[in-house]
Design a protein. Structure first.
Ligand code: NAG
Ligand code: NAG
Ligand code: NAG
Ligand code: NAG
Ligand code: NAG
Length: 445
């Protein structure tokens, strides 16, 4: 009996605990311990369950392999289901085609789930939308076909469902020059008319949320896989007039190195769900989700290394860690302080971390796998390693800041002992590495 109680308690606590924090830019794992493959997310809420469909890019190819489907009740612990959509040979969704940006909406009257996606040839020359339907949120979906909406091109797209159950297609048309919003028919199988057009807007990666009767369009500009400053537009009616554009994050951060994929309402705010593409290894592209807050009146990303969401309350909490200045560490090899003109939070940067240069900090730990956020600038593509207590090195995927001196942060999870730990930051690279400003140590997992 005693054993059974202990066993039951262990099982329950295992079920209840799970992960609790959202770590933008980290590798995200599903409840089976596999990396989540659901890029260009589309989110659908059914009762209290969220479904996440996205592009499975595990094959590191832009070509269609699958639209995956995950479910969660907390947006943190995601269980993978069978794929929602898989290639159909002899059609425009074969494994030599492009299927991107899947978005699912539900059709109450037909008791159906309807998926829209960007459907294309491998050279992106057909520029169509594809439509598929299913009886359950994860499907599998049956492909209905691909077409040019109202005879025009459609590349990046999303779907918006209004309060009155009217659905809209949001799409980059006319060689990505004009951005259009078209109303769907009553089955959500086709579009019937363009209700708004942002001429010459050159937008991609759209998402939309409605808040207090105002429509907010979030979108990136066109710069391929590289990030750019994503924008917002607003209007009192979906048919416009649409406002001019403004940034959702400080411009030089290029949306904290990400591109919009989906925007999910959260209380009076929202969640920005973006992708940090790694074009040379697409499957390693990361999910970058942040709170999107209207506290200033306009939607602005709330930067957070780690944050939690309370779905019942419709709130978020940015977590705090303890900061350690890189300049206070022990420098070795070619590492050098960068001078008083190169600071962040008052801390001088440490540069020349290539060519065997490194900096070692002593930080306290709690005896757990803990998150570190590395604040750096001037990286090229991937930054190199963190070495904890002379153990094996952990590779840090540090995105390129594009030659602009802007400090970004990248999370890495390492095991810290209870008490004192020595952590060394460096690069295996022969002559170049990002400059390090500070390291924030978090205790939440
Ligand atoms: C793909 O779509 C194009 C444009 O509608 C069409 O011409 C072509 O036949 C389709 N390909 C297949 C394999 O169905
Ligand atoms: C969608 O509607 C247009 C315009 O009414 C029509 O020409 C086209 O055939 C329809 N497409 C599909 C896939 O139903
Ligand atoms: C984090 O620190 C800020 C500034 O001191 C504070 O306002 C906030 O409440 C703290 N957050 C948590 C979760 O403790
Ligand atoms: C720091 O910046 C100031 C103002 O731009 C400049 O006058 C000064 O020379 C710079 N100092 C160094 C060490 O680069
Ligand atoms: C790590 O290794 C270096 C070089 O072997 C040694 O000098 C240092 O004492 C070691 N540090 C720890 C914490 O073991």
């Amino acid at each position: 009996m005693y054993v059974h109680v202990a066993l039951l308690f262990g099982l329950l606590s295992g079920l209840v605990l799970g992960k609790s924090v959202i770590v933008p830019g980290a590798l995200w794992y599903d409840t089976d311990g596999n990396e989540i493959q659901a890029h260009s997310a589309g989110i659908l809420k059914v009762d209290s369950t969220y479904y996440w469909v996205g592009e499975d890019k595990a094959a590191n190819s832009a070509l269609f392999s699958a639209v995956s489907c995950y479910s969660s009740t907390d947006l943190v612990n995601w269980e993978r289901h069978d794929n929602a959509l898989t290639p159909v040979s002899g059609t425009n969704i074969s494994s030599s085609n492009i299927v991107e940006r899947p978005k699912v909406t539900s059709h109450g009257q037909n008791n159906q789930y309807v998926m829209w996606f960007h459907s294309d040839s491998s050279d992106y020359g057909l520029a169509m939308v594809g439509v598929a339907t299913a009886d359950t949120p994860c499907g599998p979906y049956s492909y209905r076909g691909s077409f040019n909406p109202l005879g025009a091109q459609s590349r990046d797209e999303s779907v918006f469902l209004d309060d009155d159950q009217t659905a809209y297609l949001l799409y980059a048309s006319d060689n990505n020059q004009n951005f259009k919003i078209a109303q769907m028919d009553s089955n959500y199988y086709n579009v019937t008319e363009v209700v708004a057009e942002l001429e010459g807007a050159t937008l991609e990666a759209p998402g939309m949320i409605k808040r207090d009767g105002v429509y907010w369009l979030i979108a990136s500009h066109t710069s391929g896989w590289a990030p750019n400053p994503n924008k917002y537009f607003y209007a009192d009616s979906i048919s416009g007039t649409w406002s001019s554009q403004a940034d959702i994050a400080p411009e030089d951060t290029k949306t904290y190195n990400s591109q919009n994929a989906y925007d999910l309402p959260l209380g009076t705010n929202a969640i920005y769900m973006g992708d940090r593409w790694e074009s040379s290894l697409l499957g390693n592209s990361r999910y970058v989700w942040y709170p999107l807050s209207w506290s200033s009146g306009d939607p602005q990303i709330v930067f957070a290394d780690l944050w939690t969401v309370d779905l019942d309350a419709g709130t978020y909490t940015v977590l705090n860690g303890t900061a350690y200045a890189a300049s206070a560490g022990t420098l070795s090899g070619s590492a050098e302080l960068l001078g008083s003109n190169s600071t962040y939070n008052g801390n001088e940067g440490v540069g020349y971390l290539g060519d065997g240069g490194s900096v070692t900090l002593t930080v306290p730990g709690i005896g757990a796998d803990q998150w570190l956020a590395l604040y750096y600038a001037n990286a090229d593509s991937t930054w190199r390693y963190v070495l904890v207590n002379n153990g094996s090195s952990v590779v840090v995927d540090q995105p390129n800041t594009g030659g602009v001196h802007v400090v970004l942060s990248v999370p890495v999870q390492v095991h810290l002992n209870e008490g004192s730990n020595t952590i060394t930051f460096g690069a295996d690279q022969s002559n170049y590495a990002g400059d390090l400003y500070e390291v924030i140590v978090y205790t939440q997992t």
